[in-house]
Design a protein around this ligand. Structure first.
Ligand SMILES: [Zn+2]
Length: 352
């Protein structure tokens, strides 16, 4: 990796690839009859907890993703309906989408857990290592951010803006929540593995768990309601900037996965993080970004450039301006989560 442009806590960065949870706030939004999204309300920042979807059917409830805030989510669901949860679907293996599984299982012991089959290997292996790293490093990272807040300086050492202040405060709160919830929480591995399509017919409701391709991780699944045209994308779609891991993500495949997602023609998309999207513009923007990175990296490889030279050759400034606008927080997030890891990820894919 290129040396960090920002004085960013190393431990925090290591965790990013692992996906990073927390509690705090969400709001419920009804996308179709019985289909309720729990949408996080945190400001954009380095730390995130995931959105969640409740699909209330004739006799039961199907839940998409199990964030760190699952205790609060279970309370909110019980206020909506007395129907039991029959299935919990994890869109991929990161903690902010799976750590709540144990709580959902405790509340509804009969519920089945659905995910890509690779979670059964990943969670006890690489996932456990990433989680241990997060638990070891997160408090120190949060303390450093608190020092920045107290000193009135941003991570680059300049006077802190209101937007940065809100973002850092959110990160610190999310770390505190993570440390409260995650250490000691056991994994619940999938009972049902999906590597193509699984159709759940629950009364009148048809729920499709689909593999549209890999992008954010090797384990990406989406949940599609064909009658309501509602899609839960997991972290294949994240707003305001995509979350890319140099090792975990598959940038060279990501555009194809998004093309598959757009082919469904969703009317509403619940991203893994960010507000509900009611048109396809942002997803097209993501698809075009990943296609462009892949094209630029392949061209650099074809010229015989190594990874370091490729980083210099790839120009993402126009994309950065498009995603970040005039927001320093989003600019920093784009550099951190896209520029550095995405070039490496596309590079790792080799030549076509
Ligand atoms: Zn993730």
């Amino acid at each position: 990796m290129r040396p960090a442009r920002f004085l960013l806590p190393v431990a925090l960065l290591a965790l990013l690839a692992a996906g990073v949870p927390a509690t705090a706030g969400f709001r419920l939004e009804t996308l179709a009859p019985g289909v309720h999204a729990a949408v996080r309300t945190d400001p954009p920042g380095l730390m995130v907890d995931a959105n969640c979807l409740f699909i209330v059917n004739d006799e039961d409830v199907v839940v998409v993703d199990a964030p760190e805030s699952s205790a609060e989510l279970i309370t909110a669901l019980k206020r909506l309906t007395p129907k039991p949860v029959s299935h919990v679907i994890n869109t991929h293996w990161h903690d902010d989408h799976v750590i709540g599984n144990a709580l959902w299982r405790k509340a509804w012991p009969q519920a089945q857990f659905v995910a890509h089959p690779s979670l059964r290997d990943y969670l006890p292996g690489t996932g456990a290592k990433n989680r241990a790293g997060m638990i070891a490093g997160a408090p120190q990272a949060a303390a450093q951010m608190q020092q920045r807040l107290d000193a009135g300086r941003n991570l680059a050492g300049r006077p802190i803006s209101d937007e940065e202040r809100a973002s850092y405060a959110s990160d610190i709160a999310l770390v505190a929540d993570y440390m409260k919830v995650v250490p000691g929480t056991p994994d619940v591995l999938p009972d049902l593995g999906v590597d193509g399509i699984l159709i759940l017919q629950r009364g009148a409701r048809r729920i499709e768990v689909r593999r549209v391709g890999r992008g954010h991780t090797d384990a990406d699944l989406v949940v599609w309601l064909p009658q309501e045209r509602v899609l839960a994308s997991g972290d294949l779609v994240v707003w305001p900037v995509p979350l890319v891991g140099a090792e975990q993500s598959r940038v060279a495949d990501w555009a194809d996965a998004l093309t598959g997602l757009l082919a469904l023609k969703p009317a509403a998309i619940l991203p893994g993080h960010g507000p509900v999207l009611h048109d396809e513009d942002y997803v097209r923007q993501l698809r075009d970004l990943f296609a462009d990175i892949t094209t630029q990296v392949r061209a650099a490889r074809a010229r015989g450039l190594d990874l370091a030279a490729t980083r210099q050759a790839v120009d993402l400034d126009a994309w950065r301006r498009r995603f970040a606008g005039d927001s320093p927080v989003r600019d920093a997030l784009f550099r951190r989560y896209v520029v550095d890891p995405a070039v490496a990820s596309a590079w790792n894919a080799g030549s076509p």
